[in-house]
Design a protein. Structure first.
Length: 276
């Protein structure tokens, strides 16, 4: 079973794997930066990124005993089947909080008994596609879903969707989420509504997850100066220009240069004075 390659702009694509090198393009570096900011925020709020995996392993054993395969569980939860297999075997002592929530949400029923699932992920995916210019007709044509259903989902009028609908939306999202669309009307609507785009989500199916746009507003109120300084050093090691680093971290270029030279302590507004 081959793992799908993570999309550009994600921490997974930045990191290397057994069968591929890590990607160091600007989009993936930005994705790594966002992921680290999210982890910092979670730690400051007392929400570690990972939790003990034992309850998930027990739950997966129940699902498998009731006749579900790892692939079926993965589709229902929106999780890679390889991850399901690993945790079902108890290979990993800890699991990501969002992944655990998705797996625990899968009901211990046989596939024939499952009909619907939460619409949260489908709504977020379609709205995110609107943000980058993909309209309802294009989404409907690629997914095979009716225009009326697309409109109902983007309006947030549904609490649940059929599993087949979820899978169809997820499939078209994988196709289009890294490709800019041409529909300026839906892009303007998404901007007016304040909907998050594809890169704003860490876990788009997690009902408790917050988009990056929301997280940024909280980050400025938290003591993350040391984390920002570490990110400056990290990005500089890959040859990123001080101006580009400043744009990504929302600081001035002079602040970045002072950090790299060691002339300024993290979070301070004045340079360090040389010892007499």
């Amino acid at each position: 079973m081959t793992r799908p390659i993570p999309p550009h702009g994600s921490e997974g694509r930045y990191n290397s794997a057994v069968n591929r090198p890590g990607c160091r393009c600007q989009t993936c570096i930005a994705g790594l930066t966002r992921a680290r900011k999210r982890r910092t925020l979670a730690q400051l709020e007392g929400r570690p990124a990972t939790i003990p995996a034992a309850p998930v392993t027990t739950h997966l054993a129940t699902l498998i005993a009731r006749g579900l395969s790892a692939k079926q569980i993965g589709i229902a939860a929106g999780v890679d089947p390889c991850t399901v297999i690993g945790h079902a075997a108890g290979k990993f002592p800890r699991i990501r909080r969002g992944t655990a929530a998705k797996l625990l949400a899968v009901a211990p029923q046989r596939p024939s008994e499952r009909g619907v699932m939460p619409a949260t992920g489908s709504i977020r995916r379609i709205r995110a596609l609107y943000c980058i210019g993909h309209g309802p007709r294009e989404i409907a044509a690629r997914s095979g879903l009716q225009l009326r259903l697309i409109g109902s989902l983007v309006a947030g009028d549904r609490n649940t969707v059929r599993v087949a609908t979820h899978d169809a939306v997820a499939a078209v999202y994988r196709q289009l989420s890294t490709i800019p669309g041409r529909n300026d009307r839906v892009r303007a609507r998404a901007q007016a509504e304040g909907w998050p785009g594809p890169l704003d989500w860490d876990d788009i199916d997690d009902p408790t997850g917050k988009p990056e746009k929301v997280i940024k507003r909280h980050l400025v109120k938290l003591p993350v100066a040391e984390t920002r300084a570490a990110e400056i050093q990290h990005l500089a090691r890959y040859g990123i220009d001080a101006t580009d680093i400043a744009d990504r971290l929302e600081v001035t270029a002079s602040y970045v240069r002072d950090q790299l030279r060691g002339d300024r302590l993290p979070g301070t507004r004045t340079k360090q004075l040389e010892a007499a």
